[in-house]
Design a protein around this ligand. Structure first.
Ligand code: GN1
Ligand code: MG
Length: 363
């Protein structure tokens, strides 16, 4: 039996493992699909958690199990039928009440139940954008009354001031001599710095709250069924207290881009206002009950913040020599940066239109 099989068998799974094969294309963790013999037992997902990034597995898995238990209880109370397809379910170890295992090399592993017959996407239709908006409004509303204190699994994860500081440090060090070639991107970032750090100032002034958010709501992190309906949100590692902008803005960053975040055809990048409108309509339907006026007023800002923040993060990584995001070719992070810059500029050009649309929705 292979090493991976042995690992899986430390968890309280049902059935006999017949295959462990790579799955998905996350930039951070490494994921495998575990197939068990026969139709009677579920298949599973085995994941190697990147502990260079998620440094506290205890805190991480406590957050995640608190969230999945809470969401599952809510779904159950609402009489949801296919519960197992609508919420992730992690599997504890066989001989310990713990949801992760650290192997001899110090690697961190976890196992969850595989949800069959799902579709993952990197774009959305207008119909599904509305539903996804509703889903995220609900996700935040459902977590508003969670009885556990969640920690920050990555400190300052969506703190744009902190991300800009990291960029400043990368530029000062210039480890790979790449700074000269990215001057145009750095200039743009500097020009918008004041405008884009608004959220952190509002927070310090006590005007903007933090709530439990998903913090990685790109389309790839949503499972759809074959009819285009949202099943559930996956990739819960970054669920933590943040501004609602995180989920709203990060979703639009991927869903409202005409192309993928790493498409090198920069001229095709653009912010799709139709997706923005459909998504925002759905989001406001479920979220306007708890959003404050300041949060609502700043949703168009959030739509600009996430392409901007991702540009800052991809560019920092490029300058640092690609130490964070997994790359497939040498200037992958530079391509990603240019793509996100174009998306930011396009969103910015639609600012007034976004503001007008939101006002109209709430009138
Ligand atoms: C990372 O792991 P993945 O690919 O879902 C990153 C997100 C970025 C995203 C960009 C922990 O998410 O913040 O927005 O890549 N996750 C972490 O594709 O840094
Ligand atoms: Mg992911």
């Amino acid at each position: 039996m292979s090493q991976l099989n042995n690992l899986v068998n430390r968890f309280a799974i049902e059935g006999e493992v017949v295959e462990v094969a790579p799955l998905g294309n996350g930039l951070i963790n490494t994921t495998y699909k575990v197939t068990t013999a026969g139709e009677q037992t579920p298949n599973y997902v085995l994941q190697n958690v990147n502990t260079a990034i998620f440094t506290d597995p205890d805190l991480l898995m406590n957050n995640i199990t608190a969230v999945t238990n809470h969401l599952r209880a809510k779904l159950e109370a609402a009489g949801t039928k296919d519960l197992d397809r609508r919420c992730l379910q992690f599997v504890p170890l066989k001989d310990e009440d713990k949801y992760f295992f650290i192997d001899e090399e110090g690697k961190c592993w976890r196992v969850m139940v595989f949800i069959p017959e799902t579709v993952s996407k990197s774009g959305v239709s207008l119909e599904s954008a509305y539903i996804v908006g509703e889903t995220f409004g609900n996700f935040q509303a459902n977590l508003a009354d969670i009885n556990a204190t969640l920690g920050e699994t990555i400190k300052d994860f969506h703190n744009i001031e902190f991300r800009l500081q990291q960029l400043d440090e990368a530029v000062a060090t210039d480890a790979k001599g790449r700074v000269a070639e990215v001057k145009e991107l750095l200039d743009l970032i500097a020009n918008r710095r004041e405008m884009m750090t608004r959220s952190e100032r509002l927070y310090r002034e006590g005007k903007l709250p933090k709530r439990i958010c998903h913090c990685d709501t790109k389309v790839d992190n949503i499972l759809f069924d074959k009819n285009d309906d949202v099943l559930c949100v996956i990739d819960l590692d970054t669920v933590m207290p943040s501004f609602v902008f995180s989920d709203y803005g990060d979703f639009l960053r991927s869903a409202a881009n005409f192309v993928k975040e790493d498409d090198p055809a920069i001229e095709k990048v653009g912010f799709n206002m139709d997706v923005f409108k459909a998504f925002t309509k759905g989001y406001l339907k479920t979220a306007s009950s708890f959003l404050t006026p300041i949060e609502i007023e700043n949703l168009p800002y959030a739509a600009m913040l996430f392409p901007y923040m991702q540009l800052v993060r991809f560019l920092s990584d490029y300058i640092n020599g690609d130490v964070y995001f997994r790359i497939q070719y040498p200037d992958h992070n530079l391509v990603r940066s240019k793509n996100q810059m174009a998306l930011f500029l396009s969103a910015e050009s639609h600012l007034q239109e976004m503001e007008a649309f939101i006002k109209e929705q709430l009138a």
